[in-house]
Design a protein around this ligand. Structure first.
Ligand code: 13P
Length: 248
């Protein structure tokens, strides 16, 4: 059985004071937690996370990484820099980056490759818009998004990624995919991983993201191919994040 993985995506939220309170609050309620846990934070706070979390049960990571390995790319942060702060994870291809920064699936694939090259675990996000779902295109859209990554990576690297299915219409809207809707897509993603990487696909964590909260986490996490959650809003409140962790 795959261990559950609960990842908080803080997005562009936080301050030194708020982060310290949040991390303290989470650490105080972890007794008995069975899930693996991580927080993906804005880059300026990686040092703070390393200082606060080193040696403990919560891993940390970033929300984006450059496809390039370094040099004249103003504003970019490369995978080696994330490793320098002992990051374990980096989110790539979040729908907010695809939508607001024009990131293509090909670029996302290069970012995943760059992360793996430095020993980081990329959390590859895929997801359809409401319009795409209503047009019956969900499987095609998420299949093409994951496909670009699977095409670029060697088969033996596929087992080292994490995938996150985040329907765009469920992010920050309070609208969640039903457990059945999510499971259907997760099973499809698993089949696609298996076609590329064989049995290594069975070890890949496929997370659900999109308005996951204490009230719906248990039911979502009970699905056979939902291996955890990528949590936005609820990851900013220690009690809510803990409730989701304890729902695994
Ligand atoms: P919400 O949990 O706020 O809907 O955000 C989900 C998300 O985008 C996590 O990456």
């Amino acid at each position: 059985m795959r261990a559950k993985l609960i990842v908080g995506n803080w997005k562009m939220n936080g301050s030194r004071a708020a982060n310290a309170a949040l991390l303290d609050g989470i650490a105080a309620g972890l007794d008995g937690a069975k899930a693996s846990i991580a927080v993906c934070v804005p880059a300026p706070y990686l040092q703070q996370c390393e200082d606060a979390l080193k040696g403990g049960p919560i891993a940390w990571g970033a929300q984006d990484v450059s496809a390039y390995s370094g040099g004249a790319y103003t504003g970019e942060v490369c995978a080696k820099m994330l490793s320098d702060f002992a990051c374990r994870y980096v989110i790539v291809g979040h729908s907010e980056r695809r939508a607001y920064h024009g990131e293509s699936s090909e670029l996302v694939a290069k970012k995943a490759q760059a992360a793996l090259g430095e020993g980081l675990t990329p959390i590859v996000c895929v997801g359809e818009t409401l319009e795409q779902r209503e047009a019956g295109r969900t499987v095609d859209v998420v299949g093409a998004q994951l496909g670009a990554v699977l095409e670029l990576l060697p088969a033996e690297a596929v087992g080292k990624i994490v995938v996150a299915y985040e329907p765009v219409w469920a992010i920050g809207t309070g609208r969640t995919a039903t457990p059945e809707m999510a499971q259907e897509v997760h099973a499809q993603l698993r089949a696609q991983l298996r076609a590329r990487a064989g049995s290594a696909a069975d070890g890949v964590a496929i997370l659900y993201g999109g308005s996951m909260k204490p009230e719906n986490a248990h039911e979502l996490l009970a699905q056979p191919d939902i291996d955890g959650g990528l949590i936005g809003g609820a990851a900013l409140k220690a009690q809510d994040f803990l409730a989701i962790i304890h729902a695994t």
